[in-house]
Design a binder for this molecule. Structure first.
Ligand code: 8YV
Length: 345
């Protein structure tokens, strides 16, 4: 604690109006720029604080929290939390939270932007126009793929997948999905979506959108073998996480005409992008921006702030952080605040 107030470390600039809600209760230390901290630097930042608001660049595990005796919550600015070792946080009695729900609609919109953009060659055409090539066009140039009536496949049918599915009705597209568990019938009806096995999804989708979390089990869920099962006319869209797709295998399939196009917001090892993808005109690429609207990024900040406030018994959810990922941690984390401080000798 600094003075009488616990310290919140915010690892990047966010939205001041939301961070301001912390000020009556906390000393806020906000980084002036968003950088990727080395593990030791992250550990040093966490060592001095009681709560942390972090993002995907911040990989928080056992090593980073080893000296963080006072840390009680790590609030992640993202629905995906593969950057957090939740097991290590739980064992240390540190709560973890994410920003589920507030970004569903923005990410669904962006999935459609990539789907339509890849189908209609928007990135490629724009590059060509800017290069002053318009004089050399023709009636049969720039032919793309129609979307209407084609089959939309969704791998990972959580709330973002459902929001993507609902939009398909406007395009008259049948929707297939594959998920760990079947959706309730009412949700399936609302999304007009049908559960199929993964092989059927790969085989029948004209557009396949990936919306599943990255876990050891989903790494390379789409690799060479899966790509080989897809139609050569199909379009793949990934708004989930890099690493779910084997980018080298995808680049080879796109280059060799075994897949028509891809729209990708996330990459294995980002911010690096596989050089073969960068060289391909039928890959529409964006720098992990699917949730990047003003409203949504502000809402994500608000959720992270709410979770921190709640853990310290303030704000609208006092005592019950609304997006807790590890309620087991509260048993330890709820120990009276001063007991988690290092004893003074
Ligand atoms: C990022 C995301 O959080 O929510 C997620 O899981 O991947 C994004 O919304 C955002 O890009 C900030 O890094």
């Amino acid at each position: 604690m600094a003075g009488n107030k616990p310290v919140v470390w915010v690892s990047r600039p966010t939205f001041d109006s939301e961070i301001a809600r912390l000020l009556p209760h906390f000393e806020v230390r906000e980084e002036a720029a968003e950088v990727k901290f080395a593990s030791a630097d992250l550990a040093a930042k966490l060592a001095g604080c009681d709560a942390a608001i972090v993002g995907l660049k911040d990989r928080v595990g056992a090593a980073e929290i080893a000296g963080a005796q006072r840390l009680r919550i790590v609030a992640n600015l993202g629905v995906g939390y593969d950057n957090l070792d939740v097991t290590a946080l739980t064992a240390a009695g540190i709560a973890a939270s994410n920003t589920a729900d507030v970004l569903n609609e923005s990410v669904a919109d962006f999935a459609w932007a990539l789907l339509l953009g890849a189908a209609r060659r928007v990135g490629e055409a724009e590059r060509w126009l800017r290069a002053g090539q318009w004089h050399a066009t023709g009636f049969k140039a720039w032919l793309g793929i129609d979307v209407r009536g084609r089959t939309l496949g969704i791998l990972g049918m959580g709330r973002i997948g459902q929001a993507i599915a609902r939009r398909a009705q406007g395009f008259g597209m049948p929707v297939l999905y594959h998920n760990r568990s079947r959706l309730p019938e009412t949700t399936e009806r609302e999304c007009r979506a049908r559960l199929v096995d993964k092989a059927t999804l790969l085989r029948e989708s004209d557009f396949l959108v990936l919306v599943l979390p990255l876990t050891p089990q989903t790494r390379h869920a789409i690799g060479a073998a899966e790509l080989a099962q897809m139609k050569p006319t199909a379009v793949l869209v990934n708004v989930a996480r890099g690493g779910i797709v084997d980018d080298a295998a995808l680049a080879a399939a796109l280059r060799e005409g075994r897949l028509a196009a891809a729209g990708l917001d996330v990459f294995e090892g980002e911010p690096k992008v596989h050089p073969d993808l960068l060289a391909l005109d039928n890959a529409l690429l964006s720098p992990h921006i699917a949730s990047a609207t003003t409203e949504t990024r502000r809402a994500m900040t608000a959720v992270a702030v709410d979770n921190v406030l709640a853990l310290f018994s303030h704000g609208p959810h006092a005592g019950s952080p609304p997006n807790l990922l590890n309620s087991e941690a509260l048993v330890v984390a709820r120990a009276p605040f001063p007991t988690r401080e290092e004893p003074t000798r």
